[in-house]
Design a protein around this ligand. Structure first.
Ligand code: NAP
Ligand code: MG
Length: 491
């Protein structure tokens, strides 16, 4: 059964959001009715005068209107980043570190504000924004502040230099965290930035813009422009951008790669995934079941590295399925701002449509669908029950394609060789998980699984020191660690 939220949302577009009996006071959460572009440390209206709406996916209601940047705005932002480049790249690295450190501290100080805003704009449970998205975003700035004056230690004898102006395009599943993954290493290495958040989740990036101004970063070092796919496309086409860093779908990633071919611009691509989460018979099964749940239902399954393909060794399959279904029944789908919620709102009406289409396809393909019996919140929000498909085959669409929602497929296997072959039988190569009691099996699997990240006896764990990224159609380039820093320097 779904726990009902005891909170009542009252909205005043002019000033702020507030809650009755809110467990967390968010009175200090100032929301503007209208957000402009952040260029040269100023908030400026878009050249066209056009704005679009960002909505709260849990209510379907508008939160604010946001500037729609066109090619003239992109040009303005790129010029501002270019003008800021000489001073920023020649600044004493110790001072560059201080600015980045200051941003980290400010995010930390505003953790609650950011968490609430992220959950409202995005639909993710507040528990996750508060314990994962926002602290990790701060951690990325802290970590990279540490590198800013140590680049020569990171890349000994190689004289690292910045690339120049970098254009960064990010998706809607971890809005602030993706902005941090992109901006922090770029700044540490002495680049200047133009960043475009996703259309459905621009608000925490714009809050970050306010804070960047507060941190007194020199004007033009970071520019944040909101808009739609065309805005991103204009960034890709801009001749004065030296590198594009893109996180998003494989489809758009491929388009960007072909557009940049022959231009000499650098490119890193963090794209889609269809991660295999593999449970061996000697695993601690209760822990493994928690890992399955976290692997696929974390952030409504809007996770590029989600463990969306579950493989269970035949001898324990029946038991794991029973435990998994029992655990699925306990998940609470509900108000993202309620701290008891496990699964929040699907990010947009479009994404819900896509997920439902895949669920229908799975049923048509002959797979058995199990959905938890929880009640879904009413109203105009976008909701999806945690879903599990058994009796699937390798060729099924739901096994092959990224659904990007709370939908898991389950296959069984007998031998390690069999599961490695099945796990690798995908266009993607981003992530995988292995659950076993035996170290030797972990080493075999991590060696042979074609995935950029392989977790052992855990899943969806992130850390700024650990490089993250894929291969095959999941993209190239790494974010995090020295490898991620390397993507922002030239030698
Ligand atoms: P998307 O549709 O590819 O959009 C990603 C970003 O690109 C958005 O800011 C989008 O703007 C922009 N964009 C759209 N069309 C563009 C174009 N023609 N040229 C340049 N930019 C364009 O992906 P999404 O639906 O937001 O995100 C989900 C995807 O991201 C999934 O496939 C997921 O696996 C992947 N992802 C990967 C990672 C990773 O690290 N590998 C991490 C997170 C997500 P609009 O929002 O305005 O359309
Ligand atoms: Mg939104």
């Amino acid at each position: 059964m779904m726990a009902k939220s005891n909170k009542k949302l009252t909205i005043n577009y002019q000033t702020k959001w507030s809650y009755d009996k809110a467990p967390e006071s968010i009175d200090h959460l100032l929301l503007k009715e209208k957000y402009d572009l952040f260029i040269n440390n100023q908030f400026v209206p878009p050249a066209s005068g056009d704005y679009f709406e960002t909505i709260n996916p849990a209510t379907g209601k508008r939160i604010a209107t946001v500037a729609l940047a066109n090619s003239r705005d992109v040009d303005k932002a790129v010029n501002s980043a270019r003008n800021a480049l000489p001073a920023w790249q020649s600044l004493n690295p110790v001072d560059r570190a201080k600015y980045i450190f200051r941003i980290a501290r400010l995010i930390q100080e505003r953790e609650r504000e950011f968490s609430v805003l992220e959950s409202m704009d995005c639909g993710k449970p507040i528990r996750e924004s508060k314990s994962i998205d926002i602290p990790l975003a701060a951690a990325h700035f802290f970590y990279h502040a540490g590198w800013a004056d140590k680049l020569e230690y990171a890349f000994p004898n190689r004289k690292p230099r910045p690339l120049g102006v970098v254009g960064q395009i990010i998706p809607w599943n971890f809005p602030l965290l993706m902005a941090a993954w992109k901006i922090a290493p770029a700044l540490a290495a002495g680049n200047t930035v133009v960043l475009k958040p996703a259309e459905t989740t621009p608000l925490t990036a714009l809050k970050l813009a306010e804070l960047i101004r507060e941190a007194d970063l020199p004007p033009g070092v970071v520019n944040i422009i909101t808009g739609a796919g065309d805005t991103g496309s204009d960034m890709v086409a801009h001749p004065q951008i030296d590198k594009i860093a893109f996180t998003g779908s494989t489809e758009v990633g491929k388009m960007i790669q072909s557009k940049l071919a022959g231009t000499g611009k650098r490119l890193t691509l963090e794209l889609g995934g269809k991660g295999a989460n593999i449970i061996l018979e000697d695993a601690a099964l209760d822990q493994a079941v928690e890992g399955i749940i976290n692997g696929i239902y974390f952030n409504q399954g809007h996770v590029c590295c989600a463990g969306s393909r579950l493989f269970v060794q035949e001898s324990v399959a029946e038991l794991v399925i029973r435990k998994l279904k029992d655990r699925m029944e306990t998940l609470i789908v509900g108000d993202p701002l309620d701290k008891n919620t496990d699964i929040g709102a699907i990010n947009s009406a479009n994404q819900l449509k896509t997920i439902n289409r895949y669920i229908k396809t799975g049923v048509k393909e002959g797979a058995d669908l199990y959905q938890s019996s929880c009640e879904l919140p009413g109203g105009k929000g976008f909701w999806c029950r945690p879903s599990l498909f058994t009796q699937v085959s390798q060729s099924n669409k739901i096994v092959q394609e990224e659904i990007f929602g709370p939908v898991l497929t389950l296959q069984t296997f007998r031998t390690l060789e069999e599961v490695i072959e099945k796990a690798n039988n995908t266009f993607y190569g981003l992530s995988a998980g292995v659950w076993t009691d035996k170290g030797a099996k972990i080493f075999k699997m991590t060696r042979e699984l074609q995935a950029g990240v392989v977790w052992a006896n855990t899943y969806n764990k992130f850390d700024p020191t650990a490089p993250f990224g894929g291969y095959k159609e999941s993209g190239f380039g790494r974010e995090g660690g020295i490898h991620g820093l390397a993507a922002y320097v030239q030698f």
